[in-house]
Design a protein around this ligand. Structure first.
Ligand SMILES: Cc1cc2nc3c(=O)[nH]c(=O)nc-3n(C[C@H](O)[C@H](O)[C@H](O)COP(=O)(O)OP(=O)(O)OC[C@H]3O[C@@H](n4cnc5c(N)ncnc54)[C@H](O)[C@@H]3O)c2cc1C
Length: 394
C-alpha cells in the first residue's frame, strides 16, 4: 500500500526514537521503522543492563570527531540536564555511579518504556521487522521508499541506523550505504571502546592475572585516561583500555602506569635504604596486588632482597610499573566494540539541524555520524541531542 508521511525515520534506537518524539510533538506525521524484532536493543544491554543514559560532565571535549566543533550546537540545544528532566518526569530512579555517569537504579528497560510511551503520546507510528529495499528521490524533492510494508513517501527522511558494533543485535552498514548513495563523504570507521588484543607472550602474562583489576593511567598518542584496568584471558580490558582504544591505531604503543600515585623509582631507592633485607616482591606488594607484583618480578627476572639489587634492576622494575609500554596486536573488533568511530562526515551536515547540506530533507543522526563519545554515557547523550535537534526541523 502506498502511503505518505511527513517524516520517515529508519532505525528505532536511541537517536531515532528521540527524533520521532520531537517531530511527533510538532504535529508531523511520523513513521518510525526498524528491521529488528526488538527495538532499542543497545539501550537494553547498555550499562550492564542499567543504561548509563547520560553524563553530567558532558561537554564537546568528551567527543571524537573529524570536526571537534560539530557536536557543540546539538549538545547545547538539548543538554544532559534536559534528558535528566525527562527521566525524572517518568519517575525513573537513577544514581551517579562515578565520574558523572548516571545509571537507572532498576533496569535499562525503563528508558525504553519511557521512549515508547513518549512516541505513543506524540502519535508516532512504529513498525518493527520492516526492511527498506530502496530509496529514491522524486521530482518534487520528496523521498520514495520501497519497504517490506509497501511503498511509502515522505518529505523528510532520517537515517538513525547506528554504527557497526554488535551485528548480532541488529547493527548494519545501512546508514553508510545511504550516505554513499547520496555521494556523501564517510570518515573511515573503526571499532572503538573495545578490548585490545596482544601478542602471544603478553597474552600468557594477562591470562595468568585474569580477573585482576587495578586503577591505572593509560595513554596513547598524547591522550591519557585514569580508570580501571582489567586483566582478562584475552588480553587487557576495563574502562581505561576501552577509552584508549578509541585513540589507538595499528602500530602505535600504549603506555600504562600501574601505580599512578607513586614514583616507583624513588620509592624503591628509598626502600633500599629503609628496608634493605626485605624481598623486593613484598615491597612492591605495598602498592600493587600481590599476584601482579609477583608477575612483574617474574617477567623481569628480578627477585631477592632489595639490598642485593642494582640500581639498573630497580629502575627496570620501576619502568615496568610506571611506564609499561606495549604494542597491541589489534582489537576484538565490532563484535565487542561499544561504538563505531568515524561515519558520515560532519562537513556534509548542518550542525544545527543534522540535515545534509546538499540534499534537503535528508538527515543523519546518532552513531552513524562521525561523532563518538568517551565511555560514560556520552554516546547516548549524543544520540538524544542529535535526535532532538533533527526532530525540531524534519
Ligand atoms: C554493549 C554496549 C553497551 C553500551 N553502553 C552504553 C552506555 O551505557 N552508555 C552510552 O552512552 N552508550 C552506550 N553504548 C553505546 C550506545 O548504545 C550507542 O552509542 C547508541 O545506542 C547509538 O544510538 P543510535 O540510535 O545512533 O543507534 P542504535 O541505538 O544502535 O540504534 C540503531 C537502530 O537501527 C536499527 N537498524 C540498523 N540497521 C537497520 C536497517 N538496515 N534497517 C532498519 N533498521 C536498522 C537497529 O536495529 C537499531 O534499533 C553501548 C553500546 C554497546 C554495544
Amino acid at each position: 500500500m502506498k502511503s505518505s508521511y511527513d517524516v520517515i525515520i529508519i532505525g528505532a534506537g536511541a537517536a531515532g526514537m528521540m527524533c520521532a518524539i520531537e517531530a511527533g510533538k510538532r504535529g508531523r506525521r511520523v513513521w518510525l521503522i526498524d528491521h529488528s524484532k526488538k527495538i532499542a536493543e543497545k539501550i537494553r544491554i547498555s550499562g550492564g543492563g542499567r543504561c548509563n543514559f547520560t553524563n553530567i560532565h558532558t561537554q564537546p571535549e568528551t567527543f571524537l570527531s573529524g570536526n571537534k566543533h560539530f557536536c557543540k550546537s546539538a549538545l547545547a540545544q538539548y543538554t544532559q540536564q534536559d534528558f535528566i528532566e525527562l527521566v525524572k518526569k517518568h519517575d525513573i530512579a537513577f544514581h551517579e555511579k562515578k565520574l558523572g555517569q548516571l545509571f537507572c537504579n532498576t533496569s535499562a528497560g525503563q528508558i525504553i518504556d519511557m521512549l515508547i510511551n513518549e512516541c505513543k503520546e506524540a502519535g508516532v507510528s512504529l513498525n518493527q521487522e520492516t526492511t527498506v529495499y530502496d530509496i529514491e528521490t522524486t521530482q518534487d524533492g520528496s523521498y520514495c521508499l520501497k519497504t517490506s510494508l509497501g511503498e511509502k513517501t515522505c518529505t523528510s527522511l532520517v537515517i538513525a541506523t547506528g554504527g557497526l558494533s554488535i551485528p548480532k543485535i541488529g547493527a548494519t552498514k545501512f546508514g553508510y550505504d545511504v550516505a554513499k548513495q547520496f555521494n556523501l563523504k564517510i570518515v573511515k570507521t573503526h571499532p572503538a571502546l573495545v578490548p585490545l588484543t596482544f601478542q602471544a607472550s603478553l597474552l600468557e602474562y594477562c591470562k595468568a592475572l585474569s580477573g585482576l583489576s587495578v586503577e591505572a593511567e593509560v595513554s596513547c598518542d598524547g591522550t591519557k585516561f585514569a580508570e580501571g584496568l582489567l586483566f582478562t584471558h584475552r588480553g587487557l580490558s576495563g574502562p581505561s583500555i576501552l577509552q584508549i582504544s578509541s585513540y589507538w591505531r595499528e602500530g602505535l604503543e600504549i603506555m600504562i602506569n600501574l601505580a599512578p600515585d607513586i614514583d616507583m623509582r624513588a620509592f624503591l631507592e628509598q626502600q633500599k635504604t629503609a628496608n634493605p633485607k626485605q624481598d623486593v616482591q613484598t615491597i612492591l606488594s605495598r602498592h600493587l596486588p600481590k599476584n601482579l607484583a609477583a608477575s612483574i618480578c617474574e617477567a623481569q627476572n628480578i627477585t631477592g632482597r632489595i639490598a642485593d639489587l642494582s640500581r639498573i634492576k630497580l629502575e627496570t622494575l620501576a619502568m615496568a610499573i610506571n611506564d609499561w609500554r606495549i604494542k597491541p596486536a589489534g582489537t576484538e573488533g565490532y563484535r565487542k566494540a561499544e561504538v563505531t568511530l568515524g561515519g558520515v562526515d560532519t562537513n556534509e551536515l548542518s550542525s544545527k539541524t543534522m540535515e545534509v547540506k546538499k540534499q534537503p530533507g535528508l538527515y543523519f543522526i546518532g552513531e552513524v555520524v562521525d561523532v563518538t563519545g568517551h565511555l560514560g554515557g556520552f554516546n547516548f547523550q549524543w544520540a538524544w541531542s542529535s535526535g532532538y535537534v533533527s526532530g525540531q526541523y524534519v
